[in-house]
Design a protein around this ligand. Sequence first.
Ligand SMILES: [Zn+2]
Length: 148
Amino acid sequence: MPTPIWQPCENYTAGRDGTTVDRIVIHYIVGTLAAADATFADPDSGVSAHYGIGEGSFHQYVSEINTAWHAGNWAMNQRSIGIEHSADPDRAPTEATYQTSIDLCVRICREYGLNPQTQIIPHSSVVTTACPGTVDLQRIRDAVESRL
Ligand SMILES: [Zn+2]
């Protein structure tokens, strides 16, 4: 498991108001990891995620003990860890991006006791959005399940 590199980000709420983490929300950036870095570093964007993966890099923006602003739904933000993947509508994540994401999800599922088939969810299940687009969510679920 590679160690994430911290990136500047002030777009989060301290703590989770006592809420237990029971979901991983999967996102796609619609752009590269550098685009996510820039957006999450901008206080005016009002958005963030815990992790971002792409172009061979693995970044962390918000501590898992804090609430990131990624799901478009406050209750879901409080109960979830958000992971962004470098991809576009016509560009799927790379193999390296999938492998890092799977490694990360394995660690999170073990730590919080999550069922990957039901507790790793697409952003589109929370709000109306095309996200996570070209990310093959079922592939991530199945790979994680095989390693638990
Ligand atoms: Zn999303």
